[in-house]
Design a protein around this ligand. Structure first.
Ligand SMILES: Cc1ncc(COP(=O)(O)O)c(C=O)c1O
Length: 301
């Protein structure tokens, strides 16, 4: 039960039900919150975090890109993560670090203060399953990805997720699981909360950084696949390549690799395909500690 969990807020553990802000807080009324999410796994000697340093790099980069401030150091945040994970006895689960302004405001547009920080540690449950890899049906969204000249799209700003929400709604209304957004220039970008990869004639491609969130799972796949003889190219992908791909998969920290079984009205045969299967197995081996080469990606808490 979520109500049984404790949340770390500005240095203190408090009950889940008390982790609230006023509706006139700047973050609620102006949409000025940001966050990062990463996986917790059951290590041999207790919980371990998946690539926490990379996630904290991205967290601090989001703070910087959004021209926000935090007084908390990396070590303080790591200690806070360890504390809340242990307090909630998390085995497999996720941590979400949220930066926000709790101060109430009627007209103020720009906050000149440090972010409040809340850290949630949420266990996997029957309703909240991690690493389920059921093949999904995807379409191309009628909504384009936000343009990087309007807001920093690489920052995990909560407000940017309205874009993703609309794309998911579009997908659901058309009977798909998720929709892939194109950039305003018409190239393939990403899903609401997932990066995208295609395979054509054995070549694996994913869109380059610049218009998308710097996914740590995407990075991990790019870094790990050479160990099984697969190179991933970071290249612009036009929609026709997506529609014609031999294999397509998505990734994010919760599911690692999710195969796609349908793109628009085209059904992909024998899903997951051979390349997706290899990458899926590689990532499963890594997160289940069967691949010693990537053990350093896990940090004990
Ligand atoms: C827009 C977007 N793209 C991609 C990702 C995947 O990122 P990660 O692999 O770090 O979970 C996320 C998840 O946070 C996301 O929100």
């Amino acid at each position: 039960m979520l109500e049984d969990l404790q949340v770390w807020v500005n240095g203190h553990l408090i009950p889940w039900s008390q982790a609230t802000v006023h509706m006139m807080s700047h973050s609620f009324s102006r949409g000025s919150a940001m966050f990062d999410v990463f996986g917790i796994h059951r290590g041999k000697e207790g919980p371990v975090a998946f690539r926490m340093d990379k996630h904290l790099d991205r967290f601090y980069r989001s703070v910087e890109l959004l021209e926000m401030r935090t007084n908390y150091t990396r070590d303080e945040l790591k200690q806070a993560v360890a504390k809340v994970v242990k307090a909630n006895k998390i085995g497999r689960g996720v941590v979400r670090i949220t930066g926000y302004y709790s101060e109430q405001t009627i007209v103020t547009l720009v906050m000149d203060q440090d972010l409040d920080i809340a850290i949630f540690a949420i266990p996997e449950t029957e309703d909240f399953k991690l690493n389920h890899a059921e093949p999904i049906r995807v379409c191309i969204s009628k909504w384009r990805k936000l343009h990087p000249a309007t807001v920093p799209v690489e920052a995990k700003a909560c407000a940017n997720y309205l874009n993703g929400m609309l794309s998911r709604k579009d997908a659901a209304e058309r009977g798909f699981d998720l929709a892939i957004m194109l950039t305003t220039d018409g190239y393939v970008a990403e899903g609401a909360i997932e990066s995208i990869f295609i395979v054509k004639d054995g070549v694996v491609k994913t869109p380059p950084l610049g218009n998308i969130v710097q996914s740590i799972t995407r990075l991990s796949i790019i870094e790990a696949t050479p160990s099984i003889g697969i190179q991933v190219r970071e290249e612009q992908i036009v929609p026709q390549e997506l529609l014609d791909a031999d294999e397509i998969f998505t990734c994010h920290t919760g599911t690692k690799v999710t195969p796609v079984k349908q793109i628009e009205d085209r059904i992909l045969r024998d899903v997951p395909g051979p390349v997706t299967s290899k990458i899926f197995r590689l990532m499963e081996d890594i997160i289940n500690f069967r691949n010693k080469d990537f053990e350093h990606w896990f940090e004990p808490l």
